[in-house]
Write a protein that binds this ligand. Structure first.
Ligand code: ADP
Ligand code: MG
Length: 339
């Protein structure tokens, strides 16, 4: 049995005329896992994926796939498939022709092509639509064609770059589940780029959160949520985001630190019994609960969740409390401190 990772990036950097794309990207990806590259626009997610794919060559570092150094290998020699945001389907070809296109180019025999086609359409729920043109399909169906094409390629590694961002919210949810199920059923390794933290948190075994070309934290969704490495991770992961307070607002935390607290760890208490007195800025009914936005000097993003429909008057004052064990303490540079 081998314990070496299926995909390995080691100190990878990419620059264009000195301008940073990504830097110091070191990452081990186990076989059969689902890894999400997450972060705001421009943080280097696509660059990292393109480096893995061989569509860009790194200025520094090494890339290994299945134990083989592919740092300078051509994309076609890396044995992987890709799914992009734009489905990149041929509009004049049918669903079947689109899915089999790569196999035809690689001169796979016709019988094998048809078998693979059938299996891929079965898995993606597209049987019966073989003869349609992309223009006769919904957005979700088109994205499934792109997935089917990646599946027939039969590669153990599949790279996806924001494959759902052209779909509306409902479809996104449905296809999200399809992709996750496919990955599990086929046992393939997926590296998935998204700027949507909900998508990353719900699909991935491991989330890689990036900012300005650098990795901020690598961990399970639960790790990132409950033990953020720094204030950027704290605010990026979770909805609503973690509230951040200047330490001087609370007794016993000294100066120059930042204290993080999540909405679910804050309780509203009777006047005079709280640790902070806040002003209600908004009430947002979410269905199962109501999100109450709060204002307090030295605090950003403070809010509390109340069960059901529970609106509070804007401008009213309430007292809140919380336990120290639920507080996250960050140093002056925003890095997590012990605890
Ligand atoms: P993301 O996918 O996270 O939105 P990208 O990886 O596309 O971000 O981009 C990361 C950074 O690299 C950005 O600052 C972007 O402008 C820059 N970049 C990406 N591709 C190129 C390119 N071909 N030439 C110059 N700069 C690029
Ligand atoms: Mg991108």
């Amino acid at each position: 049995m081998t314990t070496s990772p299926f995909v390995k990036l080691d100190g990878v950097a990419k620059r264009w005329n000195g301008q940073l794309g990504v830097e110091g990207i070191t990452l081990d990806i186990p076989e059969g896992s689902f890894t999400a590259l997450l972060g705001p626009s421009g943080c280097g997610k696509s660059t990292t994926l393109r480096l893995l794919a061989g569509l860009e060559l790194p200025d520094e570092g090494k890339i290994l796939i299945d134990g083989k150094d592919v740092t300078t290998s051509a994309a076609s020699d890396r044995n992987l498939s890709m799914v992009f945001q734009s489905y990149a389907l041929f509009p004049h070809l049918s669903v079947a022709e689109n899915v089999m296109f790569g196999l035809k180019v690689r001169r796979v025999p016709k019988k094998e092509r048809l078998e693979k086609l059938h299996r891929a359409l079965e898995i993606t729920g597209l049987l019966g639509l073989e003869d349609r043109k992309p223009g006769e399909l919904s957005g979700g169906q088109r994205q499934r064609v792109a997935l089917a094409r990646a599946i027939v390629a039969g590669q153990r590694l599949c790279l996806m770059d924001e494959p759902l961002s052209n779909l509306d919210a409902k479809l996104r949810n449905a296809v999200r589940k399809d992709i996750k199920k496919l990955q599990r059923d086929l046992g393939i390794t997926v590296v998935y780029v998204t700027h949507d933290q909900t998508e990353a948190m719900s699909m991935a075994d491991t989330v890689v959160l990036m900012k300005d070309g650098h990795i901020q934290q690598v961990g399970s969704p639960e790790d990132l949520y409950s033990r953020p490495n720094n204030t950027f991770v704290a605010e990026f992961v979770g909805a609503p985001p973690m509230a951040l307070l200047q330490s001087s607002v609370l007794d016993g935390f000294g100066e120059d630190k930042t204290i993080g607290i999540r909405a679910e760890n804050i309780q509203i208490v009777s006047k005079g019994d709280g640790r902070m007195r806040c002003t209600v800025t908004e009430s947002e009914f979410l269905g199962a609960e109501t999100l109450i936005g709060l204002d307090h000097a030295g605090a950003v993003g403070l809010c509390v969740l109340k069960p059901g429909l529970s609106l509070m008057a804007e401008g009213s004052e309430i007292d809140i409390t919380f336990h120290d064990e639920n507080l996250h303490v960050f140093d002056a540079a925003g890095q997590r401190m012990a605890g």
